[in-house]
Design a protein. Structure first.
Length: 238
C-alpha cells in the first residue's frame, strides 16, 4: 500500500481547487453529497456547472444552514447534519465532497464519519477529502487564535485508519497551493474572525497580536497568501 503523506513541501503548483475538482471527478449525472458545505460557494459553482444530477449539501452550523436555505438552488438540497450521521441511504451516492471540513468533525466521531461515508457511497464511488496543510504564512496568523495542528493531525490519522480498514481505498493524493487575498485587516477580520461556525473570542491583547502579525504581511495592494492543501481521493471498493 502506498504510504500516505500529510504534507508535501515540494508541491508549489498554484491551483483553483474548484476547477481541479471539476476536471478530475466524473460528475456528469452523479449523485453528489457535500459534507460541511459552509457558505455553499463550491456547491453553487458545482450546481451551476450542470453536471451532477443532484446535490445533497449538509451543514452543522445552524446559522449558516439557515442562510443557505434562504438562497435555494435548483438541483441542490440543503440539510442540517454532520458527517457522523449522514441522512442518506446505503450505496446511494456517487461522489462525496469534503472541503476543509474533516478536521471540524469532533475527533471522537471521525472514525464514525468515515464509516458513514463508506456506507453511503456506491461501489466504485469516490470521496474527495480536501484538508489544509499545517504550513504557510496565513497559518502563522491563524495559529495565534485557532491552532488546528492537533485536530488536523487527528483528521489525517482517522483518514489513514479508514484506508487501512477498508472498504475505502486511496486512489490518489494531490498537493498544491491555493491563494487567499485580503485588502486589509478589516477584511480579514470580517471573513475569518466573524464566522458563525466558531466563536472566536479574542482578548484585546490577542486581537492586537493577530492584527500585528497579519499587518506584517500587508503591502499597498493588500495581503496575499499561498496556502498548502492536500486532497485525498478515495474510492469505495466493490
Amino acid at each position: 500500500m502506498t504510504t500516505m503523506q500529510i504534507a508535501n513541501p515540494a508541491a508549489h503548483d498554484l491551483v483553483n481547487e474548484t476547477e481541479l475538482m471539476l476536471a478530475t471527478l466524473p460528475l456528469v449525472g452523479a449523485t453528489v453529497l457535500e459534507l460541511g458545505c459552509g457558505r455553499a460557494e463550491k456547491t453553487r459553482t458545482l450546481a451551476a456547472s450542470g453536471r451532477p444530477a443532484d446535490i445533497l449539501a449538509l451543514e452543522v452550523d445552524q446559522i449558516q444552514h439557515a442562510r443557505n436555505l434562504a438562497q435555494p438552488l435548483p438541483g441542490v438540497t440543503f440539510a442540517a447534519g454532520g458527517a457522523e450521521a449522514i441522512p442518506a441511504a446505503d450505496a446511494s451516492v456517487d461522489i462525496v465532497l469534503m472541503f476543509k471540513s474533516l478536521h471540524h468533525v469532533p475527533v471522537e466521531l471521525m472514525d464514525q464519519a468515515f464509516a458513514e461515508i463508506a456506507r453511503v457511497l456506491k461501489p466504485g464511488g469516490l470521496a474527495w477529502i480536501s484538508e489544509p496543510v499545517y504550513a504557510g504564512e496565513l497559518n502563522e496568523v491563524f495559529k495565534l487564535f485557532n491552532d488546528e495542528k492537533n485536530v488536523r493531525e487527528a483528521a489525517f490519522a482517522a483518514l489513514c485508519r479508514a484506508v487501512e480498514r477498508g472498504p475505502l481505498q486511496l486512489r490518489q493524493q494531490l498537493f498544491f497551493n491555493t491563494r487567499s487575498h485580503f485588502d486589509s485587516f478589516a477584511a480579514f477580520d470580517a471573513r475569518m474572525l466573524q464566522v458563525t461556525h466558531t466563536d472566536h473570542q479574542l482578548s484585546p491583547e490577542l486581537y492586537a497580536a493577530v492584527r500585528d502579525k497579519f499587518e506584517g504581511y500587508l503591502t499597498p495592494d493588500g495581503a496575499t497568501f499561498l496556502n498548502p492543501q492536500r486532497v485525498d481521493l478515495l474510492v469505495r471498493a466493490a
